[in-house]
Ligand binder design. Structure first.
Ligand code: GLN
Length: 491
């Protein structure tokens, strides 16, 4: 018998509408599943089940009273760097171990207004810095496909929770790949929208010029159901762009998927994305997926993009620089962790920060502070900003030749937990995703098969504001393949 966690959001919406089941039944099912299985995964930092059940009951009552918001009563959960009023919001850090937000992030508010029921807050790398979810103060997350492996990061809890069937959809954030890479490692779909599409108000900042919230789901259509209410202008975020809102779900449902639905679409492939470091089994799955896209009518064309090594260096200067500035607010005085018995103010600042931040966060603060220091500012920070402009130009040129750029999402499949990789090797794993954030572009990752028994993701990069095109393209692929329906065997 099909169980609720095997249904798509589309099916949940229909079932709730037809009153085949209630939100309370759904919510109880997911709560039981989390209670019995999350001990192995550790995807939740905060289980907000009492609130969730109250919201579900209210949703059922509202529906009975004629409220016809389609998403009313559908369960979901949030990455723990999105502020949730009255609920612990830690960003995966000891620094915020006791921080209960006094307000909701705009996306949290928008999602609640659409009727979704939040089950709680999901594990993540500390302050969203990382690629394997091992830097969380609340412990590593285990990949549902192989409990001995990482789920990817930084939104590892979100990706693992969706893959494990703990929630149908979840929010994430992506500064350099933190939605796409864990989606790839966990065999699900994830989208990072264009910079400015989704409000950053109330999302705990890592690198403000790169951060963007987005969604995880089993399919492009499921991602669209959560992205629709999240998107839109917010006057509380100065980088939010005021454009007419779009209806991604409607666009997908209106898309023809038979025959050669992608005829006329040009997909760009760059040699630089297939260089040294790319696992040969991963490459095979990616090439097979590209052949499938061709079969569906797309034309594959060759494009040039910036040397990924240059992009990587640029990102790992700018992101830590912004982080060092953003994280200066955690001083042991205003909120969060404070050291015991400080001798004086200086001791209070230093020890609160040394004890409250983990090793990776401290490494980034040191790198960023160095890059911003008076003596090195021009040599590093200003130079990196100039290179960033060139990366944007290179993408623009590539998009003169194609509609979408395709690449592997990550060079490897999920690696083993505790496989003490040095930081530089971990940073190398971000090589295909970070350029997108530097250029503010939208991109998604969707599953395209397995390599050595573990999921592989294909990245589709779009022009600015091409979320709808990316989602409908991935939907066409998913309507003609079954990889997105594969789920790990957790019981
Ligand atoms: N892995 C990248 C980093 O550590 C990206 C993280 C992210 O997108 N939040 O910076």
């Amino acid at each position: 018998m099909t169980q609720f966690h095997q249904l798509s959001v589309h099916e949940l919406v229909q079932g709730l509408k037809n009153q085949s089941f209630s939100s309370t039944e759904l919510t109880e099912h997911f709560i039981n599943r989390i209670d019995s299985l999350d001990g192995q995964i550790n995807s939740f930092i905060t289980k907000d089940f009492e609130n969730a059940l109250a919201q579900a009951k209210l949703a059922d009552k509202q529906r009975a009273d004629g409220d016809n918001r389609p998403l009313l009563g559908v369960p979901m959960a949030h990455k723990d760097n999105l502020c949730t009023k009255g609920v612990l919001t830690t960003a995966g850090s000891k620094m915020l171990y006791n921080f209960v937000s006094p307000y909701d992030a705009t996306v949290v508010q928008n999602i609640a207004n659409s009727g979704f029921v939040s089950l709680g807050k999901l594990n993540m790398d500390e302050f969203a810095m990382g690629s394997d979810n091992e830097s969380s103060h609340f412990g590593a997350v285990h990949n549902p496909w192989d409990l001995g492996r990482v789920p990817g990061g930084s939104s590892g809890g979100s990706a693992a929770a969706v893959a494990a069937g703990f929630v149908p959809v979840a929010t994430g954030s992506d500064t350099g790949g933190s939605i796409r890479q864990p989606a790839s490692f966990c065999g699900i779909t994830g989208i990072k929208p264009t910079y400015g599409r989704v409000s950053r108000y109330g999302m705990i900042a890592y690198a403000s010029s790169l951060d963007q919230a987005g969604t995880f789901g089993k399919s492009a259509l499921d991602c669209a159901y959560l992205l629709d209410p999240m998107s839109g202008y917010d006057n509380k975020d100065a980088t939010s762009i005021n454009r007419p809102s779009e209806d991604y779900v409607a666009d997908i449902l209106a898309t023809a998927t038979d025959g050669k639905p992608l005829a006329g679409k040009k997909i760009g492939v760059a040699k630089a994305y297939f260089g040294a470091g790319l696992d040969s089994e991963v490459e095979k799955s990616i090439r097979t997926a590209l052949a499938k896209y061709e079969e569906l009518g797309a034309e594959i064309v060759e494009v040039d993009i910036t040397d990924p090594a240059v992009t990587l260096a640029t990102y790992y200067l700018l992101a830590p620089a912004e982080a060092s500035s953003n994280l200066s607010r955690y001083d042991g005085v205003r909120f969060g962790y404070r050291c015991e018995n400080p001798k004086d103010l200086h001791d209070l600042y230093t020890r609160s920060r040394s004890e409250g931040f983990g090793a990776e966060v401290q490494r980034r603060i040191i790198m960023g502070t160095y890059a911003l220091s008076a003596g090195y500012f021009d040599a590093y920070y200003t130079k990196a900003q100039k290179v960033r402009r060139l990366i944007v130009e290179d993408f623009k040129k590539a998009f003169e030749k194609c509609d979408i750029i395709a690449s592997p999402t990550a060079p490897t499949v999920a690696y083993k937990l505790g496989e003490s990789l040095d930081p530089a090797s971990i940073y190398l794993g971000d090589v295909y995703t970070i350029g997108v954030n530097l250029a503010g572009l939208p991109a998604l990752s969707h599953p395209v098969g397995m390599a050595n028994g573990l999921p592989v993701g294909l990245q589709l990069i779009g022009k600015h504001w091409a979320e709808s095109e990316l989602l409908t393209t991935a939907h066409i692929y998913q309507a003609n393949t079954k990889f997105h329906q594969d789920t790990p065997n957790l019981g």
